[in-house]
Design a protein around this ligand. Structure first.
Ligand code: PGA
Length: 269
């Protein structure tokens, strides 16, 4: 049984003071929620990381960066390294968000080096994958997902793969009016798990979390979470306020209980 994930990337929102306010309100809203069976993370901007990590220190919420460089230090103006993220209190790092790829020219060849560095440094990478509207229209979504996955995970031993969280984020559904339809999400997540199985073996494929992101809301999250191969939600706008993220966390915690019951039923019968 895979541990479900509720995550939010704040993008360029929430400076230090707002991050602390967010943390205090989220912790209060989480008090009645049993989130012990899931992993919860927030990804603030770099300057807020340390304050957010301190504000969440007495809670189950972990903190992560939204990007990092593949070297530990050196002449890389404007960049942040894995040791710096760790020192700021991070446990996660988001890699290959489509805004990084499309607006800042990052490539999956660079992402591969970042995944490798994050893994050796002890950070959990949240690796974003997803096709464009055009690739979808051309019927190439699964081929694109395979290329992105194999490039990013190239060289990783099979037993390290489950330490990486894959985030399926169709680019046409990010910042959009609606999430991808559940049936479409189901096909892509199944395809991603098949890619993992083919290249990294059955065990790695079964243990690796694959979460969905792209216009998730508390309203549309449940049918997506009910899909067998969906192991959590990765949320932007709908979780930028603590109230919204608390509702997402509750949805994911409920889904974890339903999935555990299903597993128990299958094992029992
Ligand atoms: P959104 O963002 O939920 O606002 O669509 C998702 C993302 O960029 O990961």
């Amino acid at each position: 049984m895979r541990r479900l994930v509720a995550g939010t990337g704040w993008k360029m929102n929430n400076g230090i003071a707002d991050s602390i306010r967010y943390a205090e309100e989220l912790k209060a809203r989480m008090r009645p929620i049993d989130a012990s069976a899931i992993d919860v993370c927030v990804l603030p901007p770099f300057t807020s990381l340390s304050a957010a990590a301190q504000a969440f220190a007495d809670s189950p919420v972990a903190v992560g960066g939204q990007n990092m460089h593949w070297e530990d230090d050196g002449s890389w103006t404007g960049e942040i390294s894995a040791p710096m993220l760790l020192e700021a209190g991070c446990r996660y790092v988001e890699l290959a968000h489509s805004e990084r790829l499309l607006r800042f020219g990052e490539t999956y060849a660079q992402v591969r080096r970042k995944v490798d560095k994050a893994m050796s440094a002890g950070l959990t990478p949240i690796l974003c994958l997803g096709e464009t509207a055009r690739e979808k229209a051309e019927g190439r979504a699964d081929q694109v997902l395979a290329e992105q996955t194999l490039t990013s995970l190239g060289g990783q031993p099979d037993d390290r793969v489950p330490g990486i969280i894959l985030a399926y984020e169709p680019r046409w559904a990010i910042g959009a009016a609606e999430a991808a339809p559940p049936g479409y999400v189901e096909e892509r997540h199944r395809a991603l798990r098949a890619i993992l199985r083919e290249h990294h073996g059955r065990e790695a494929a079964e243990r690796t979390r694959i979460i969905y992101g792209g216009s998730v809301t508390p309203e549309n999250g449940r049918p997506i979470l009910d899909i067998e191969d969906v192991d959590g939600l990765f949320v932007g706008r709908a979780a930028w306020k603590p109230e919204g993220f608390a509702r997402i966390i509750e949805l994911v915690a409920d889904a974890a209980r339903r999935k555990a019951l299903d597993v128990a039923r299958t094992d029992g019968g």
